[in-house]
Design a protein around this ligand. Sequence first.
Ligand code: AMP
Ligand code: AMP
Length: 337
Amino acid sequence: MAGSLKYKIATLGSHSALQILKGAKDEGFETIVVATFDRESLYKRFSFIDKILKIPTFSDFPEIENQLIALKAIIIPHGSFVAYLGINANQKMKVSYFGNKKILNWESDRLKQREWMQKADVPVPRRFIKASEIDVPVMVKSYGAAGGHGYFFAKNKKEFRERIKNFKARPYIIQEYVIGVPLYIHYFYSPLSNKLEILSMDKRYETNVDSLGRIPSQNQQGLGIEPSFVVVGNSPLTLRESLLAEAYDMGERVIQTSKKLIRDGLWGPFCLETIITPEQKFSIIEISCRIVAGTNLFVDGSSYSSFYYDKPVSTGRRIAMEIKEAIKKNRLSEILN
Ligand code: AMP
Ligand code: AMP
């Protein structure tokens, strides 16, 4: 324990910062949040946050980087890092960073992501290259889309041709719209023990698609309502146990394939965003290679994390446990970039 005290756990004040820092404190680390001025009052409320470094906007992050290095901080990236800082700023970060930055190029390119999933034998939705090929409802997604923004739905190729005229984002991908239940699986892969865990799962609550059923379809006619997928929250869920083996196997294949495609591969938390069809088949719409916001439901652990640990283990806490273990074994350099 004495060794770990010399390092501090830090993150940006947004997304899953509270979970990450609470978990770090539970494991005995000092904690730092880098927050914009307007969020200081939020983070001051919590006793598990030891230090608040203030910046005017997230893009001013490089200005406090030397302070973080001097404090021996280890940065834990989350969904806001790429969304607000961009990939380049992440790659250029000099402060110790938990995770493999080489993954960023694969994750941000929808075609590379697809290649990775296909090589891992993980099922993905059909992809259409030309409008003339479209023969099912489709979802059109820009590469930078996050939190459900930057998408459109088209029922058929005629609707696609009309809507694409007003869609400015480039590049984009045309994917089959998979009809089924969305389920987000939160994994953690430990490079120290070479073990994969499922720590929790969630279902997103998206406006307006998750509320369209509140108005019967005959009453919707003529209203011109278009489905949108903007995330506003998350709810917990447990998976039918017969599907759990496949959930683990897919995660294992994703990890093994990452080691072949990307130097050192993927480690730490990641999420497979799946849709489960009526035939009980998974279709993977995206991979997120870091902690996802749905894990915020499980600050006190989940029914899945209880299978491994007798204490409440969130994804944030699991990250801190891995760092502590690496310090103990003198293997910290293997899990940081
Ligand atoms: P925020 O902290 O709300 O400003 O969000 C930071 C980034 O994470 C944005 O790209 C959001 O779209 C994404 N995000 C935030 N909350 C969620 C959530 N519950 N599910 C999925 N993505 C989210
Ligand atoms: P994503 O940003 O890729 O996680 O997608 C945001 C949301 O759009 C998902 O949670 C789903 O509700 C929906 N979605 C994305 N891709 C598809 C797809 N191929 N089929 C059906 N729904 C999708």
